[in-house]
Design a protein around this ligand. Structure first.
Ligand SMILES: *Cc1c(COP(=O)(O)O)cnc(C)c1O
Length: 365
């Protein structure tokens, strides 16, 4: 029961961590290693720590709990739910925030637990996901500074997530400008100015990142070896740390266009089928319950995916030089979305490989 499985090359992952941490360090930027794409598996997070990551971050407290034993500060990167304020204070050292009401709740539980909880205030700079509007920042800061068990640790921004706004010297410059205005007005020092995610990495490579930006929260660049403003590969990194291996369960020559009266597919869509006559097709045992078809790229470039249902991936293998048969394995590179889902799926075995095989995490079937 080995397939489908995701093979995780920990040595390649280590190399990716090292390249990105070094490049950021040269510009005095600390890296928060974002774990969501690999569900904060401790085996992988540990390599981030060994490579010199400064913080570990995740959107979910559930994941931060898994890496409790690793000795770096933990950052909750999705602004917290008010109902979870108690756990936020217990399982994270720093959280990103934009709602005063929630910050007050964090203050209450920090006091109860005899802790000082650090917060990063998120600023809205165009992408329209989380963040305080510029006009409201001074007022919010003034309120936050009244809270005894909250430390205003810095400011942050998130771009290229909802609005597809690319980080530039200008918008990150704005974040610095606001930070310095706060420092002057309230006579405080902001320790962290967090300039975004993997989409800000191109500014580090091109030496265009404003000087006072001293932190980035990076997931995809480490995991897939590419920056995400333009999708460029990062030199010296690997794009195949994580690969999916699926097993072929049927190989047959069939027509490319279905026969009969056309309705909707199993997910309510009306798909398009290209007329190619009779083609050699394979079915791979993996499906929508595990992953996302648009994010899977076969190593064999002469084959491609035709469609996917809950548990079946249908591929055109007609032009391949490889003689695929039942039981053959097809390997795929992955994008972030496909990876996120595969790592989350309990139907996918996870195989951790060092120089040698170190561990297989089997699902429970
Ligand atoms: C997911 C996320 C990140 C990391 O994004 P990548 O594109 O994986 O680098 C950083 N910050 C926040 C707030 C996030 O939600």
């Amino acid at each position: 029961m080995e397939y489908p499985k995701i093979k995780i090359d920990l040595e390649k992952f280590r190399k990716n961590c090292e390249v990105i941490i070094k490049e950021c360090k040269e510009k005095n930027i600390s890296v928060t290693g974002i774990m969501k794409s690999f569900c904060a598996k401790p085996e992988i997070a540990q390599i981030m720590v060994e490579s010199g990551i400064s913080y570990l971050g995740d959107a979910r407290i559930y994941n931060l709990k898994k890496v409790k034993h690793l000795n770096v500060e933990k950052v909750l990167i999705r602004i917290p739910m008010k109902s979870t304020a108690r756990d936020v204070v217990i399982y994270s050292d720093i959280s990103l925030n934009s709602e005063l009401e929630v910050i007050k709740e964090l203050d209450k539980y920090a006091r109860e637990n005899d802790k000082i909880h650090k917060i990063i205030l998120m600023v809205e700079l165009g992408d329209l996901r989380e963040g305080i509007l510029e006009k409201d920042i001074m007022e919010t800061v003034s309120e936050v500074l009244k809270l005894e068990n909250i430390k205003l640790y810095g400011l942050g921004v998130n771009l290229t997530c909802y609005g597809a706004i690319i980080p530039t010297t200008e918008n990150l410059g704005k974040l610095v400008e606001i930070s310095e205005k706060i420092e002057k007005e309230f006579n405080i020092k902001l320790e962290m100015i967090s300039g975004g995610n993997s989409s800000s990495y191109h500014l580090v490579e091109n030496k265009k990142i404003p000087k006072r930006i001293n932190n980035l929260r990076i997931g995809e660049a480490i995991v897939l070896g590419r920056e995400t403003a333009y999708g460029k590969k990062i030199e010296g990194t690997y794009d195949d740390v994580f690969i999916l291996k699926g097993e072929i369960i049927e190989v047959k020559e069939k027509k490319s266009v279905p026969s009969g009266k056309t309705g909707m597919d199993s997910f309510g869509n009306t798909p398009f089928y290209e007329e190619l006559g009779v083609i050699k097709r394979a079915i791979v045992a993996v499906g929508k319950q595990d992953t996302e078809i648009t994010g899977m790229f076969p190593f064999d470039e002469e084959i491609y995916s035709l469609g996917m249902s809950s548990d079946h991936l249908i591929m055109n293998i007609d032009k391949s030089k490889v003689k695929y048969k039942v039981g053959s394995i097809i390997k795929f590179r992955l994008n972030y979305e496909a990876l996120l889902k595969l790592m989350t799926s309990e139907y996918i075995n996870k195989e951790y490989v060092d120089e040698k095989l170190i561990k297989i995490e089997f699902c429970n079937y």
